[in-house]
Design a protein around this ligand. Sequence first.
Ligand code: MN
Ligand code: ZN
Length: 500
Amino acid sequence: MSDAVKVGFVPFSTAPRGVLVVFCDDTLKFGAATRKGLGTSADVVKRAAETNQFKGKSGSTLDILAPEGLKASRLIVVGAGKLSAIKDHDFLKLGGAAAGKLLGGNAVVTIMAELPDGAMKPDQAAAVASGVRLRAYKFDRYKTRKKDGEDAAVRAEVSLAVDDVAAARKAFAPRAHIVDGVIMARELVNEPPNVLYPVEFARRAAQLRKLGVDVEILDVKAMTKLGMGALLGVSQGSTQPGRTVIMRWNGGKKGEQPVAFVGKGVCFDTGGISIKGSAGMEDMKGDMGGAACVVGLMHALAARKARVNVVGAIGVVENMPDGNAQRPGDIVTSMSGQTIEIINTDAEGRLVLADVLWYVAKKFKPKFMVDLATLTGAIMVALGTEYAGMFSNNDELAERLTRVGLETGERVWRMPLGPEYDKQIDSQFADVKNAGVRNGGSITAAQFLQRFVDDTPWAHLDIAGTAMGAPKSEINHSWGSGYGVRLLERLVAEYYEGKK
Ligand code: MN
Ligand code: ZN
């Protein structure tokens, strides 16, 4: 992967090298191994805490340069807050908080994976390690003149001091693949649209073959033959041909019904003939965040050899205004046979998904389909950037997504569907139209998708607010967040791999 942080594990007894990171609670207590490591410098910490009004609040840090009595060049104390209130997800944040202090240049780092009440469990230490890598990631490929400090990526060699090295390594191995998947998704979202056009996107997805993923790429001819008129209508205005990519990981029992993930991959969305305003249009390079998540997720699942059959499917196109672009008023025929009146060519994501969802539902008959799409601005009006909007025809799937959302911190909020909304997209001239009125825009978008899933259990995640340009967090400072990879990986691990 493109981040430059190497993580390893050592026993507590190893002498710390370089920067030393330790954790305390909200009473400034340390664990036994940490106290031993700090020796006489515990006093320095106490005084520094007083001067800096450091109270050990969760995620807060105290930074001491060249601490007296320690070989370490720097001591970073990270607050873990009230011990009884710590949740699993907080360990990621603790790693992120530590990495946040390292920004810029090379570093050798030792992190004492211990809380005041004892050594962190292997899972917790592994989560800290994941948090370090997630927070340290930076997309700087195109900066040829790096300023000192702020612009330099972290190049760190991080050792986590733990109680049981073998157990920590074992816990981290699958998580490292999940982090790789998140970073892969971030990379795809961050890449500029002249670099990441549909054919190139498909080529990158095809690299999953190295992990044993079966990758099939449908070109324009193949999609025409299948009758994917909705997707092709969007893509016809661009000189860049569209693609549908089908990725299959068969880690489960032979013949077992797969689970399926579908992503919107509009590599650039101008709006088409219903062209967008120019302010902020550059952000529309991220309109493929759903597809990026599906590729990152497939990476994570295949690399950790998930015991499940999975289909990942993405429709990758560019939405451009052109002499050959589709017009408002056009009527296209989708693969399902349903005709669609184009009201607004900027409501293109649902047209792409209509054909890919139908294809996946019919061809693979999955246990469920979850689609992800940067679909509507309206979802940001409703939920801001903290939650993705979730729409579902299946309560069990919706409840599971809600639960893993809380566990991973990639939260979803369920929104309504219903016949009152559905009738708003009945068309005067065709079976359905691709846009309703302004009010409830995220809901009518979801109603449109539902007409193309048949009775497959399905959930749609509108990630327009969470996939890109979301506020920086403890574990993400990248514009492309990689949202959804950890969420859906957890969904698979908890409910579809037969572990629990
Ligand atoms: Mn659009
Ligand atoms: Zn779009």
